[in-house]
Design a protein around this ligand. Structure first.
Ligand SMILES: *Cc1c(COP(=O)(O)O)cnc(C)c1O
Length: 363
């Protein structure tokens, strides 16, 4: 069986280092927000080229904390794509704000700057740019809109840890970057975890308070906060994996190139935005006959992913009346070929062989 993502394959190559790091934490007696968390925050900020990184409990919480630190809540509108993982939107609602959905660019899958402009009202406070599948959203255009309209720009980097835009790491361009360390992500923990990056010290201080009931250094709550901390085990594991992140992302890129080589004649390769350094959290293609494709692969025990079959604005909990034709079409047409660091070359060859034989049968 070849899965679309495989967190165990992202652990095994570093098993010895990770196991040792875990034992060290067990022995330390400090399990939440201790030395490992502080070191991880420093190392992660350095890696990104950001002034600050603040650890928290998940990528969803990272977005909630970012919104709260920017004073965005009840009565405020936040522009989001509907073509994203549910948590992008769940976080806006958790913060008390109202998601306003806009359509995406058909080949890059990220929020369409023109649609963002059209969706702005006098209640709009922020834009969340999701760097979907590991590739940068249209940051130049979005930064220009945010600047002109005095909006905050939050980067949802959950799928794009290590990805770049014009030489800068994603998460360092907008006001804040929000990261997820869910086990399948490019920098995956062995449990939940998240972080927020920023360059503004007062925001970092505020985030550190908000993640623990709004506490100051004397454990006095200055404002209402939440409980969302990175535990020491996850921080220690992430410190190990961070050292290998560039190599892991390079391995993903190499796998993507192998797929590209097979797909180029079919003109089905994912499009690359100019200036974007893609990290291929997912390798996504578009096809009109997805169901046949998925079924055909299932026969060879190859699991094809679909990210995402139901746009968030069509989910009962987060629904709304929005006209998003590109989003709705692509929800029926995208599929994700298996790709993860640690996938064997033979597995990838099997996938490519199945792909080409499927296409052969179609013609
Ligand atoms: C995974 C993900 C999140 C949330 O991450 P969790 O750590 O699972 O809370 C947010 N946004 C996007 C785009 C994601 O893929």
């Amino acid at each position: 069986m070849i899965f679309c993502a495989n967190p165990k394959a992202q652990y095994l190559p570093y098993k010895n280092e990770i196991d040792a790091a875990i034992l060290k934490v067990l022995d330390s007696g400090s399990y939440i927000l201790g030395e490992q968390d502080s070191l991880f925050e420093e190392e992660f900020a350095d890696y990104l080229g950001a002034s600050f990184a603040v650890g928290c409990g998940s990528g969803t919480d990272a977005l909630v904390l970012a919104l709260k630190a920017l004073d965005i809540g009840v009565g405020d509108e936040v522009i989001v794509p509907s073509f994203t993982a549910t948590p992008t939107v769940a976080a806006v609602v958790m913060a008390g704000a109202t998601p306003v959905y806009v359509d995406i660019e058909p080949y890059y899958y990220t929020i369409d700057p023109e649609r963002v402009n059209e969706a702005c009202t006098d209640k709009t406070k922020a834009i969340i740019a999701v760097h979907l599948y590991g590739q940068a959203a249209a940051m130049d255009e979005l930064m220009a809109i945010a600047g002109q309209r005095n909006l905050r720009l939050i980067e949802d980097c959950a799928q794009a840890t290590g990805a770049t835009y014009r030489g800068k790491k994603l998460g360092t361009i907008g006001d804040m970057g929000c990261f997820s360390f869910f086990p399948t992500k490019n920098l995956g923990a062995i449990g939940d975890g998240g972080a927020i990056s920023c360059n503004d010290e007062s925001l970092a201080v505020r985030l550190r308070g908000l993640r623990q009931y709004g506490w100051d250094n004397n454990r006095v709550s200055l404002e209402a906060g939440i409980n969302s901390r990175l535990d020491e085990l996850q921080a220690a594991i992430l410190r190990v994996k961070l050292q290998h992140l560039d190599a892991d992302n390079a391995a993903r890129r190499l796998q993507a190139e192998h797929y590209n080589g097979a797909l180029t004649a079919l003109d089905m390769m994912p499009a690359i935005r100019k200036g974007a350094g893609h990290v291929y959290h997912l390798y996504v293609i578009q096809t009109k006959n997805r169901a046949d494709f998925v079924q055909y692969f299932a026969k060879s025990d190859i699991h094809i992913g679909i990210h995402y079959p139901v746009p968030v604005h069509k989910m009962p909990a987060y629904s709304g009346k929005f006209h998003l034709p590109v989003t709705e079409r692509l929800a029926d047409e995208v599929l994700s070929l298996p790709l993860y660091s640690g996938m064997s070359e033979t597995n990838q060859e099997d996938i490519i062989t199945s792909f080409l034989s499927f296409r052969g049968k179609q013609q």
